[in-house]
Design a protein around this ligand. Structure first.
Ligand code: SF4
Length: 601
């Protein structure tokens, strides 16, 4: 990770990729665009196209070639031949699969499976969101299992990125149907948009990074290689706007001089300042083509052109190309999922339940269908956060309590009205992953009841929320350093108690009289002491539906044991031992459909 090769444009990376491959030096090309052209995303787009229009032959042809469908190439040819011969679309040909000669029984079964799935998802697309169709396709088709079995971490990451794009569309579109999503996406692609690619330059194993200067903004490396420092490659030739805007319509003041060169020079400066220890410029006279390349004007300006360039020995170059260092093994970065940089309670809980479940969720990041209780839990947490915060702010400014007499009265009066609270509820309501309208209405009603009870208790006895760094201690994030590792989390609320504090964790699940699991609050207690330097006197799980609390306080011994247990678990994760522990938990596991070890107990 100490070395980066910076290129001016994506295409310029190719010779360096090939050279590193020849030299068997592990590398990673971090392109900032090109999501829509990734094979796994093309597969999804093709499937969406077919759902929208069964006669999309090109898209259906791609689907027939999905490796997990295992349809031999020769049999695909028989299908396409039949469709051409009979002047039918491929879909129509598949519908009469029994009439196509030379197909194996397995292929016929696979095609029937595919047709059934397409029909099922067409119906699903009429009622459910695009993201639900996407997840169902990945699961039902076996695509997720295929990628997870092969530990294709990069592909799974790309699916997650595409999933986020779908969610953004759903949040902003007036009519978030699959057809509208597809139309918007295809329009984007047609206009030249390639889809933004997210990447984490710190993630993954130690390898040489290759990236564009634009995507390196804000990053630093020990050694930077700024390559292709020749005329027309850096600075690049100015490209004229495809549609030129008449001068009269431009309102801004256009900078004087050669704007393009100024911009390129700024970019060169950005590239140079990425280096912490060493900066290397490279250039060649021969990049193909008849003419020798001239040195970049930026290097000339920096005084690098004083010495005449030595004539390069082409045969020596060829020698370098042929030679391979011995004994080095190339690392396939795409296959090496990165370890998380930090851990959280939920991650550790998943690992404890089943290490393989942890791997699916946090290392391979296999996309999963959301859960109703997560949507509902998130809604309630967001509403309570806003409500308590607004109440505190109202209390501080004394908005409604100006004419009240006692402090208590002032506090009570300053709480926002229940009607306003319901307005917040509607604003924060997450409409996702409910099975049907009825289930959604039931949850909505439960939420309303929770808020009514919470509001009454809160009005009668307003809590004294602690202030940390000038902010109310609500949804307060922490980073707890344990040895060399970082444990992150978020505490729902910390109230001030006499001589200390009370840590509260809201629960939307069913009430448990007996304290079954102290771990989460114990971690919060340790974080409160070590990170916020406060002294908790009480830790409490607050069950919202029943309005009941279960409280305790961790002893010194319990805290020490908890830290030991966390460190031991992190150590196991780092060793990469994800041996599955099938059991009752498989029934509730998000990955049971793709896990070959699942237990049917
Ligand atoms: S299905 Fe069972 S064995 Fe497989 S990952 Fe989930 S919990 Fe582990």
């Amino acid at each position: 990770n100490d070395f980066v090769i910076l290129v001016r444009a994506n295409e310029a990376a190719n010779p360096f990729i090939r050279a590193l491959e020849r030299a068997e030096i592990p590398y990673q090309f971090l392109a900032s665009r090109g999501l829509y052209a990734k094979p796994v995303i093309l597969d999804i787009i093709s499937y969406f196209k077919v759902l929208d229009n069964y006669n999309e032959d090109g898209a259906l042809f791609r689907i027939l070639n999905f490796p997990f469908l295992k349809i031999p190439a020769e049999e695909i040819m028989r299908i396409t031949h039949y469709s051409r011969f009979k002047a039918k679309s491929i879909y129509e040909a598949l519908e009469s699969v029994s009439l196509i000669s030379g197909l194996s029984r397995q292929t016929v079964a696979n095609i029937n499976f595919l047709l059934g799935m397409i029909k099922k998802h067409t119906n699903l697309a009429r009622e459910k969101s695009v993201s639900e169709v996407l997840i169902s396709f990945l699961k039902d088709s076996g695509y997720l299992k295929y990628l997870s079995d092969r530990e294709e971490a990069r592909d799974l990451d790309l699916i997650n990125q595409f999933y986020k794009k779908v969610k953004r569309f759903e949040d902003s579109a007036l009519e978030p149907s699959l057809r509208n999503f597809l139309q918007e996406l295809l329009m984007e692609i047609e206009s030249g948009e390639q889809g933004q690619l997210e990447f984490d330059p710190e993630a993954g194993p130690e390898v040489v990074k290759i990236m564009t200067i634009h995507s390196a903004k804000g990053l630093e490396f020990k050694y930077v290689f700024l390559v292709n420092m020749v005329d027309k490659r850096f600075p690049v030739i100015e490209r004229r706007e495809q549609i030129e805007i008449p001068q009269e319509l431009i309102k801004e003041i256009i900078p004087k001089g050669d704007v393009h060169i100024q911009e390129e020079r700024r970019l060169c400066y950005v590239a140079m300042t990425r280096a912490k220890k060493g900066l290397f410029f490279t250039s060649a006279q021969d990049y193909g083509g008849a003419r020798k390349k001239k040195l970049s004007r930026f290097l000339v300006e920096m005084g690098f052109a004083k010495e005449p360039r030595k004539e390069e020995n082409k045969s020596a170059n060829l020698e370098i190309i042929k030679r391979k260092p011995e004994g080095k093994k190339i690392i396939n970065i795409e296959k090496m999922p990165g370890m998380p940089e930090h851990f959280s309670f939920s991650q550790l809980a998943a690992f404890k339940k089943c290490p393989l479940q942890y791997k699916f969720a946090h290392i391979l990041k296999v996309p999963v269908k959301g859960k109703v209780n997560f949507s509902f839990g998130k809604t309630m947490h967001n509403v309570l956060y806003r409500f308590v915060k607004l109440s505190i702010e109202g209390r501080e400014t004394g908005q409604k309590g100006l004419f009240s007499n006692s402090k208590k009265e002032k506090e009570q009066n300053s709480i926002i009205s229940f009607k306003e609270l319901l307005k917040i509820y509607d604003q924060e309501w997450l409409d996702e992953w409910y099975q049907d309208k009825r289930q959604k209405e039931e949850y909505y009603k439960t939420g309303k009841k929770i808020l009514k009870d919470f509001y009454e208790r809160f009005s009668k006895n307003p809590p004294n929320v602690l202030s940390i760094n000038g902010r109310p201690a609500l949804e307060i994030p922490f980073k707890l350093k344990l040895g060399n590792d970082l444990l992150i989390g978020r505490i729902d609320r910390i109230d001030s108690l006499e001589g200390g504090a009370k840590i509260i964790d809201y629960k939307t699940g069913s009430f448990k009289e007996k304290l079954e699991n102290k771990e989460q609050l114990l971690i919060y207690q340790i974080a409160a002491e070590k990170v916020f330097k406060i002294e908790p006197k009480e830790l409490s799980y607050y069950y919202l539906e029943e309005g009941k609390e279960v409280s305790f306080l961790g002893s010194q011994k319990e805290k020490e044991r908890q830290i030991e247990a966390i460190l031991a678990e992190i150590e196991k994760i780092k060793k990469g031992d994800f041996t599955p522990t099938p059991g009752w938990q498989c029934k509730f596991c998000d990955f049971k459909d793709i896990c070959e070890y699942r237990s049917n107990r």
